[in-house]
Write a protein that binds this ligand. Structure first.
Ligand SMILES: CC(C)(COP(=O)(O)OP(=O)(O)OC[C@H]1O[C@@H](n2cnc3c(N)ncnc32)[C@H](O)[C@@H]1OP(=O)(O)O)[C@@H](O)C(=O)NCCC(=O)NCCS
Length: 159
């Protein structure tokens, strides 16, 4: 078994992985990691398991048709409607335009621009963006891109 298959097949990894199928083919995967919200010690119980970190990968051969958007929309339905989570978050290299445009298409808000906090194998330490969405902010469908996203503004080197 390859090193990748061994790493990917770890039970703890599979437990937080959903696969994306299109016309009978496996075209991507999603990460759903349920976690605790930050809380003071005496309120920690109420913050247990109330939020999730999300992630996604799509086979490049299937990019550019809205499949990832559809998959992440379905993931948000699982998070908010099925699991009853109050908040989801995700992050990416600031240069990963496809990823943050996807987040904005599904209605996530940019919450932070972190400066030189993430190590890229080729680019060294680069900026990253944090995005999030609260249950009450959900519109229930992909939203139009913000103007700056549509123009592709604020895009450092690709990540
Ligand atoms: C991030 C990633 C999943 C985005 O893939 P994607 O193909 O851009 O996303 P979608 O499948 O939703 O397609 C959206 C694109 O198709 C277009 N599109 C065409 N038909 C569409 C439809 N019916 N609905 C929505 N978008 C549609 C959109 O306009 C968009 O293109 P644009 O960004 O040029 O405007 C992909 O780039 C990827 O796997 N990257 C590598 C892994 C990665 O970086 N993961 C994130 C780590 S933090």
């Amino acid at each position: 078994m390859s090193a990748f298959a061994t790493w990917f097949g770890r039970p703890e990894r599979l437990a937080r992985t959903l696969v994306v199928e299109h016309e009978g083919r496996l075209v991507g995967d999603l990460m759903l990691r349920v976690e605790d919200g930050w809380a003071q010690l005496d309120t920690a119980g109420a913050a247990a398991g109330v939020q999730a970190e999300l992630g996604w990968v799509l086979d490049p051969a299937y990019a550019g048709r809205g499949l990832a958007t559809e998959a992440v929309e379905a993931l948000l339905t699982i998070c908010f409607d099925d699991l009853g989570l109050r908040r989801v978050s995700a992050n990416c290299f600031a240069g990963n335009t496809a990823s943050w445009r996807l987040m904005e298409r599904v209605g996530m808000r940019r919450e932070a621009h972190r400066v030189a906090d993430s190590l890229h194998r080729d680019l060294g330490w680069v900026d990253s963006y944090d995005y999030a969405l609260l249950a009450e902010e959900r519109t229930g469908g992909a939203v139009p891109l913000r103007d700056d996203a549509r123009r592709g503004a604020t895009t450092p080197p690709a990540g």
